[in-house]
Design a protein around this ligand. Structure first.
Ligand code: ADP
Ligand code: MN
Ligand code: MN
Ligand code: MN
Length: 337
C-alpha cells in the first residue's frame, strides 16, 4: 500500500511566518525524498526563480490519518542546499551544537485563542461576555468553549510522540494553553511548530480556527504569550547560575525584544500579568516581572527560570536560539560575546 507523507514547512511571511503543508503519496516502504515547492507563493522566492527545497528534519506518525502515514517537518533550503534566509532552525542547530555540553532544556507554554464566526469562541454576538475572572482553569458550559478541540489536540500530540506536558483554559474567554517540554534547543522548536500545525488541522474539523495573535481582543482582556522556561545542567544543580542567567538576559533585554514576536509592545504593557517591554526585571514568584523564578525553585535553590516575555506568535527556534546563546555564553564565562 502506498502511504501519505504530509510535508510541513514554515513560510517567509513577515513579520510573522506561518505554516504550510502539502501531501506526497509514496510507494510502500519508499524513503522520504527531498522535495520542492513554489517559493513565489510563500514569500520565499521571486517568480522567475521560484523553486525552494524542502529537506525533512523530523518525521512523526500522523495521528490524523493513522496507519503508516507520517507528518514530515521540513527545513527550507535554497537550490544550492544552503539554508534559506527564512530558515531559523539552522541557527538553532548551530547554537545548540556549540553549547550542548551545558544540556539546555526548554519548556514552552503556547497560548492561543479559538475563533468561530469571526469572534473569539464563546463571545456573544454584538455584546461582551462576563469580565475575566472565572475562565482560567474553568469548568462548565458557561465558562468553557472548545474543550473538545483541546482534548483531540492533546491526544494527537501524544500519538505523534511530541513531549506535550499539559493544557489549561486561560484567563480570556476562548483562550487556551498547551505546554511542551522540557526538551533541547532544537527539539522545542520542532515540537512547537508541529503542535501548532496539529492544532490548526484538528480545529479545522470543528470549523473553528486557532490564532496566535498576541492581543486578539483590545482593551481589558489578557493577551496571548508563549512563556519560555529554561535551564542548563548548572542551573538545575545550584542557585548562582540561576541568577547569572537572569542577569545575562537583562543585559541584552532591549536589543533582544525584537526576537519575541510581532506586536510585543501591545502585549507587554505592564498590565494583565506582564512587565512593560521597555523595562527588565526578574524575581521569585513574580508574575509581573519579565523573568520569573518559580516559587519552588526559590525554595530548592536550583531548577529553571521562566521568561514571560515571548508572544504567542514568536518563532520558538528564534527564542530558543537567543536564550541558549545569551545564557550559555555567560555561564561559560565568555563574557559579552
Ligand atoms: P506556569 O506555572 O507558568 O503556568 P506551566 O506548568 O504551564 O507553568 O509550564 C511549565 C513548563 O516548564 C512545562 O512546559 C515544563 O515542561 C517546563 N519545565 C519544567 N522543568 C523545567 C526545567 N528544568 N527546564 C526547563 N523547562 C522546565
Ligand atoms: Mn502555564
Ligand atoms: Mn498561561
Ligand atoms: Mn507561565
Amino acid at each position: 500500500m502506498p502511504y501519505r507523507a504530509e510535508y510541513i514547512w514554515i513560510d517567509g511571511q513577515k513579520p510573522t511566518a506561518k505554516l504550510r503543508s502539502k501531501t506526497r503519496v509514496l510507494p510502500d516502504g519508499a524513503e522520504l525524498p527531498i522535495w520542492g515547492f513554489d517559493g513565489s507563493s510563500t514569500e520565499q522566492a521571486p517568480g522567475d526563480a521560484s523553486d525552494c527545497v524542502l529537506r525533512p528534519v523530523k518525521v512523526v506518525p500522523d495521528p490524523i490519518r493513522g496507519g503508516d502515514d507520517v507528518l514530515v517537518l521540513c527545513e527550507v533550503l535554497n537550490t544550492d542546499m544552503t539554508p534559506h534566509e527564512s530558515n531559523t532552525r539552522s541557527k538553532a542547530v548551530e547554537v545548540y551544537e556549540k553549547y550542548k555540553d551545558q544540556e539546555p532544556w526548554f519548556g514552552m507554554e503556547q497560548e492561543y485563542t479559538f475563533f468561530k464566526d469571526g469572534r473569539p469562541h464563546g463571545w456573544p454576538i454584538g455584546g461582551f461576555p462576563a469580565p475575566q475572572g472565572g475562565y482560567y482553569c474553568g469548568i462548565g458550559a458557561d465558562e468553557i468553549w472548545g474543550r473538545d478541540v483541546v482534548e483531540a489536540h492533546t491526544e494527537a500530540c501524544i500519538e505523534a510522540g511530541l513531549a506535550i506536558s499539559g493544557t489549561n483554559a486561560e484567563v480570556m474567554i476562548g483562550q487556551w494553553e498547551f505546554q511542551i517540554g522540557p526538551v533541547d534547543t532544537v527539539e522545542i522548536g520542532d515540537s512547537i511548530w508541529l503542535a501548532r500545525w496539529l492544532l490548526y488541522r484538528i480545529a479545522e474539523d470543528f470549523e473553528i480556527s486557532a490564532t496566535l495573535d498576541p492581543k486578539p481582543v483590545k482593551g481589558d482582556w489578557n493577551g496571548a504569550g508563549m512563556h519560555t522556561n529554561f535551564s542548563t545542567n548548572a542551573m538545575r544543580e545550584s542557585w548562582d547560575p540561576i541568577i547569572e542567567a537572569c542577569e545575562a538576559l537583562g543585559k541584552k533585554a532591549q536589543e533582544q525584544v525584537k526576537y519575541y514576536g510581532a506586536g510585543i509592545e501591545d502585549r507587554l504593557t505592564g498590565l494583565h500579568e506582564t512587565a512593560p517591554w521597555s523595562e527588565y526585571s526578574y524575581g521569585v514568584s513574580d508574575r509581573g516581572a519579565s523573568v520569573r523564578i518559580p516559587w519552588q525553585v526559590g525554595v530548592d535553590k536550583k531548577g529553571y527560570i521562566e521568561d514571560r516575555r515571548p508572544n504567542a506568535n514568536a518563532d520558538p527556534y528564534v527564542v530558543a536560539t537567543m536564550i541558549t546563546d545569551t545564557v550559555c555564553s555567560a555561564l561559560a564565562g565568555e563574557g559579552d560575546v
